[in-house]
Design a protein around this ligand. Structure first.
Ligand code: ZN
Length: 323
């Protein structure tokens, strides 16, 4: 029997992860929820190669454990998995799963240790994830991106995406069988629930849902990463990436747009003020109409340059004052 519970499901635009470590004295059910697709998106953009050393370390510790069945080697693997679990919810599953495997071997020392604690499975995770990340990214680009300029149905695009696999091995994500149950969830409603057997089941479950829903994806104008947009939504910025001050792209983007608009309002005000002032100079006989119109044509050009960001507002004001 597994020494944990772990399951996930989708409900009302949210994804839920529920888990319980049964090896501790008072097992506590932990429930985490994220907006739909957040865990898959974070997984897709996970910077996996800097973590490779952690997987190598666990591999070495496991080989040692095969020889000695010592507590220290097990502790190395488990403390490393604990560290990884903080990086992504899928690794929380990995941690619970491996903890359960160690527990099983402790209780059944006669069993095949390499079969129950397959070191290669851990060792290969970084390259497996790297391949998956690229395949998922191509699925977003080829099938779900709503800004791709193609008016083709999602199903047709999916077919083309999967067919590219023929000429380019590892191009497309290959859908795998997973086993789900239909049961009542914490919210009281029934949903398809996945009790994963590997982290790849979790990827499969999310990707399937994504394609089933024909989830629209867009590249965030601020961080350049894909995010999921609800129907009839025109969101331009994601709510996923957070800057060093704790603001999401949506917050930063909204402020940036507002600041740009404010700047542009001031720019046009400045231009109109100067225009009126100089127009009155004609009546006062200070300048000729020809001089005025020549000035206004140049000033309009400068104003548009400034609005396009080719010149700063300060430079524009300086030019106005000196012209
Ligand atoms: Zn973003």
């Amino acid at each position: 029997m597994a020494a944990y519970e772990f399951y996930t499901y989708f409900a009302e635009g949210w994804e839920y992860f529920v888990y319980k470590d049964l090896t501790v004295e008072r097992p506590r059910t932990i429930e985490k929820d994220f907006p739909f697709l957040e865990s898959l998106l974070r997984f897709t953009y996970l910077d996996i190669w800097p973590m490779e050393d952690l997987f190598k370390k666990m591999d070495a510790a496991l080989l040692n454990f095969y020889q000695k069945s010592d507590f220290d080697s097990q502790a190395v693997v488990m403390s490393t998995l604990k560290k990884l679990a903080k990086e992504h919810i899928y690794f929380e599953f990995l941690r619970l799963d491996w903890q359960s495997r160690f527990r099983y071997i402790e209780r059944h020392p006669d069993k095949d240790i390499q079969k129950h604690l397959p070191h290669k499975q851990l060792r290969h995770i970084p390259s497996d994830i790297d391949t998956l990340q690229k395949q998922i990214m191509r699925l977003f680009e080829d099938v779900l991106d709503i800004d791709d300029g193609k008016k083709k149905p999602v199903q047709e695009k999916l077919k083309a995406y999967l067919q590219r696999e023929k000429n380019q091995p590892l191009y497309a994500y290959k859908f795998q069988p997973i086993s789900t149950t239909y049961e009542q969830t914490g919210e009281g409603t029934f949903a398809e629930v996945l009790h994963p057997t590997s982290i790849y089941d979790l990827v499969e479950f999310s990707l399937r849902e994504c394609v089933k829903r024909e989830q629209r994806m867009r590249i965030c104008s601020y961080c350049g990463k894909y995010f999921a947009i609800p129907r009839r939504n025109t969101a331009e910025f994601c709510n996923l990436t957070v800057d060093e001050n704790g603001y999401t792209c949506r917050e930063v983007g909204a402020r940036k747009r507002w600041a740009e608009k404010k700047n542009s309002d001031e720019l046009f005000k400045e231009y109109r003020r100067e225009y009126k002032k100089r127009f009155n100079w004609i009546k006062a006989g200070k300048i000729s109409p020809g001089t005025f119109y020549a000035w206004s044509a140049t000033a309009k050009g400068k104003r548009d340059e400034c609005a396009a960001g080719k010149m700063s507002f300060e430079e524009f004001k300086k030019w106005m004052a000196e012209s």
